[in-house]
Structures are given as structure tokens and as C-alpha cells.
Design a protein around this ligand. Structure first.
Ligand SMILES: NC(=O)c1ccc[n+]([C@@H]2O[C@H](COP(=O)([O-])OP(=O)(O)OC[C@H]3O[C@@H](n4cnc5c(N)ncnc54)[C@H](O)[C@@H]3O)[C@@H](O)[C@H]2O)c1
Length: 248
């Protein structure tokens, strides 16, 4: 993908988390191709090579569930970029367990990584965005946050929280120029779903009106849409669903 000087995100800056892999990597790639200057973040050090490969502005390696690391990382990204126009939160973990045998630590880890970190990241980027009266926040939720998931109560609860956080924050800040939205993908072929049993995948594909999982390149354009102007100007507190028809 070649960077377009007159792309839809030319002159815009972004911090993308979960950018070493999957959907976050693809969003960083599409943003850069559309002319944005992007800082890529992940706890996985492979984000450094990803940044070199994509021509990103900088790589930040940190754990999003470590609040002080998030505070430092947002300050570092702001120093590199001058300002953060767009935050994309695309990090996440997924484990499986029935509620009846789920340890509180498993529940809490998922809430910390998949939900509380999103709150902290949003809070840390907001002052700059509100000062300028300009910003976009795009949180990657999941369709399971709407419909729930068997064996995935912790993950679904975290993602439902991300959707509610997105709507509530949109109510708080949209009149001040900061647009906050979520994307709730359906099953997408990434390392996150690789660990799930083949039996589940076959059953899930059969359940989907489209009959197949999506690819990361079918999700990333939704993030470009929400980040771009005028394309994304009227989306406020929405949850867009590139999900193969899993939720309508
Ligand atoms: N793949 C799917 O089917 C699907 C569906 C709906 C929603 N999602 C969501 O999309 C987002 C991206 O997932 P993906 O499918 O690209 O998975 P992925 O595993 O390919 O990417 C997730 C990235 O998040 C990073 N990460 C995990 N925990 C972290 C932490 N504590 N600190 C910093 N980084 C951390 C990982 O290192 C990884 O690079 C996640 O929020 C996920 O819940 C995925």
C-alpha cells in the first residue's frame, strides 16, 4: 500500500493500540496509506518491526492494563506526533470459560485489558482533543458485546462496557468537536480467533448470513471512514458492525 499525499487522512495523526497484529495492524496500514502519521502501540515488541514495515512514526511497547504506562505512552505519542487527532483502541485478549468455573482473576484480567484500559486511554487523549476542539476516538468493541457469547461472559461484558463507554463519552464531548464511536466486528480471521476450536468455527460460519468470517482488510476501512472528514462527521456514539450479518 502506497502512502497517498492527498489521502483521506492526509495531515492527520493517530495513535493505534493493538497495532502489532490483526485488526490494529491493518488499521495502522490503512491509515498510513491514507496519509496519516501513526504511532503504533502494543505490548508485543513485534510492533517495532511492524512500524518499520509500514512507515509508522514510532513504536511504543507497553501493557495497556498498566495505568502509569498508558499515561507515559500517551505523552510520548503526543511528543512524537505534536498532537493526537485520532485514537484507535484495537488491543484485546480473548479467553474462554463458563461462568460456573471462571476464576475472578480471569474475569478481572479481561475487564482490565479489554475495558478499563480503553477508559484510561480515552481519558488521557481527551484534554488535547478538547483544547483543540477536534478529535476522533474509535474503540474496537465486538458484536459479542451486543449479543453475548457462550463461555465468553467476561469478554462480552467488557465489550458491552466499551460500547456503553463510547456512547456515554460521545454524549459528553461531541458538542466540543470530539467524535467517539465504536466498531463491533463479527468473527475476523486473526490470531485472536486462531485458538478457538475448529468445531466452534464451523458452527459459527454456518450461523452467519454471509457464511464466512471477515478479513482485517474488510474492517479497517470502517475505521478510516470514522476517522476521515467529511466521511465520519455525522457519526456520534455509533457502533458500526462489519460482522457478516451476525448482529443486525
Ligand atoms: N478477530 C475477531 O474475530 C474480533 C471480533 C470482534 C472484535 N475483535 C476485537 O478486535 C481487537 C483486535 O483483535 P484482533 O482480532 O486483531 O486480535 P490480535 O490478537 O491479532 O490483536 C490484538 C493485539 O492486542 C495486543 N494486546 C493484547 N493485550 C494487550 C495488552 N495488555 N497491552 C497491549 N497490547 C495488548 C496483542 O499483543 C495483539 O497484538 C480486539 O479488541 C478484539 O477484541 C476481534
Amino acid at each position: 500500500m502506497q502512502q497517498q499525499r492527498n489521502g483521506r487522512l492526509a495531515g492527520r495523526t493517530a495513535l493505534v493500540t493493538g497495532a502489532a497484529s490483526g485488526i490494529g495492524f491493518a488499521i495502522a496500514r490503512h491509515f498510513i496509506a491514507e496519509g496519516a502519521t501513526v504511532v503504533l502501540a502494543d505490548r508485543d515488541p513485534r510492533v517495532e518491526q511492524a512500524t518499520i514495515d509500514l512507515g509508522g512514526a514510532a513504536a511504543l511497547v507497553f501493557d495497556v492494563s498498566d495505568e502509569s504506562a498508558v499515561v507515559r505512552a500517551v505523552a510520548e505519542a503526543t511528543a512524537v506526533l505534536g498532537r493526537i487527532d485520532t485514537l484507535v483502541t484495537s488491543h484485546g485478549i480473548l479467553t474462554e470459560s463458563p461462568v460456573a468455573s471462571m476464576a475472578t482473576t480471569q474475569w478481572q484480567q479481561t475487564i482490565d485489558v479489554d475495558l478499563t484500559s480503553v477508559f484510561v486511554l480515552c481519558r488521557e487523549v481527551l484534554p488535547g482533543m478538547l483544547d483543540r476542539g477536534d478529535g476522533r476516538i474509535i474503540n474496537i468493541a465486538s458484536q459479542l458485546g451486543i449479543k453475548g457469547g457462550d463461555g465468553l461472559a467476561h469478554y462480552a461484558a467488557a465489550k458491552a462496557g466499551v460500547i456503553a463507554l463510547t456512547k456515554s463519552l460521545a454524549l459528553e464531548v461531541s458538542a466540543r468537536g470530539v467524535l467517539v464511536n465504536a466498531i463491533a466486528p463479527g468473527p475476523i480471521e486473526t490470531p485472536l480467533v486462531e485458538g478457538i476450536s475448529e468445531e466452534w468455527k464451523v458452527a459459527k460460519r454456518a450461523e452467519l448470513p454471509l457464511g464466512r468470517f471477515g478479513t482485517v482488510d474488510e474492517v479497517a476501512p470502517t475505521a478510516v471512514l470514522l476517522a476521515a472528514s467529511p466521511d465520519g462527521n455525522l457519526f456520534v456514539g455509533q457502533t458500526l458492525g462489519p460482522n457478516s450479518g451476525d448482529v443486525m
